[in-house]
Ligand binder design. Sequence first.
Ligand code: EPZ
Length: 436
Amino acid sequence: MEIFKISGQVPLKGEVELHGAKNSALPILCACVLVKGECEIHNCPDLSDVRTTIRILESLGCKVKRQGDTVTVDSSEITGSQIDENVMRTMRSSILFLGSLVSRTGCASIYLPGGCDIGARPVDMHISALKSLGAAVKENGSSITCCADKITGTKIILPFASVGATENIMIAAAVSVGRTTIVNPAREPEICDLAEFLNKCGARIYGAGESIVEIEGVSSLHPCEHRIIPDRILASTYMSACAITGGDIVINDVRPTHLSPVFPVFGEMGCRLYLEHNKLKIQAPKRLRRVKMIKTMPYPAFPTDSQSLVTAALTVARGTSVVKENIFENRFRFVNQLNRFGADVQVEEQMAVINGVKSLHGADVYATDLRGGAALVIAGLAAEGNSIVRSIRHIDRGYAEFEKRLQQLGADIKRVKDEEIREEKGPAVQKETESL
Ligand code: EPZ
């Protein structure tokens, strides 16, 4: 098992790049199943979730190659329509194969992905949308078979602006008969990126990013080349790491509009932000100020994926901050670990009250989920002394070479095998590791 070993209190300095957005790469790779031919996807990050999605594509008969950050997917031949149960459980976003498989092959057999560390994460909206588009759905325990001779356009009103359900509908209805209207769609930048990819392949999707999306079904799609948008959540991760360490960094390849929901929060913290084209310079104050209230909501409001990162930064702010999590019921699960650094965060239902402390001390913690894990690294970067973050496989799902990019900014962070630490620390750590 690998862990991160961090020696804190180094103010981050320097420049860093953003890699492509995980939450754009995954739906776009799933959508490649619709295209008979070879698509070229540029700026595709090399993440464990992307590698899992590529393995699923190959299991379905696609030929996939990676050259640097370009992934080519040839879906000329699709030989399967079933997603392995274990894969569904480890990566719930494999539900995004539902729409493309039903559309391309007429049938898809998947498993209910089940909950994860941040919540129950049901897929009822995905299933009911596929039914509205003409699919017959058979549920047998946790397995679902979804079949349709053809996809027929219809009007779908989403009770909640679900990102995944919006993406599955766009993918399923791209090649269909008639018009599909999505009312109350998700408006995240990743939705617009998926629509742009599909339209480059010949789809007719209008209004992505707005409050109504219209999809004029076409008979088939052709291959295209596409460059994935930069990862806005990675940007807010670097911003939080800079903020908590009193740093001064430049983040390249940002899309300012994608970050507009988080700018006011960093401003309220006392950070100075300078934008020049796609370069963002952020200068943190010696000590952060508290943020009165943050509420996570669908885009263009403050993103739930940035919540853990900013919660970590606010642990050392002057004063008390409040964060309300409105999207996932269990997204403060990382706070128990965060408090082991000497932070004072009290969670009541889906509200976190963060009483800022002057400084954090080193701790031995384990990641509970992707963004919660990144939040623990952020705390370790500010903590006095050495810290260890375990279960970093969660972090590798969404951050490529996380430690290398933080080292580029001067952070003292290493990826080591945990036996190296056990040798260093002896039996105490042994017991601790076993109990984790
Ligand atoms: C996407 O998840 C992202 N994942 C998540 O990022 C992100 O946190 C989330 O959108 C919200 O922005 C990917 O894009 C791969 P939702 P998704 O459907 O599509 C409920 C990360 O850290 N819901 O918008 O699963 C659901 O339980 C990950 O990068 C239903 O009830 O999110 C949740 O409470 C984590 N029924 C809310 O809607 C459904 O059928 C939002 O979920 C679908 C969702």
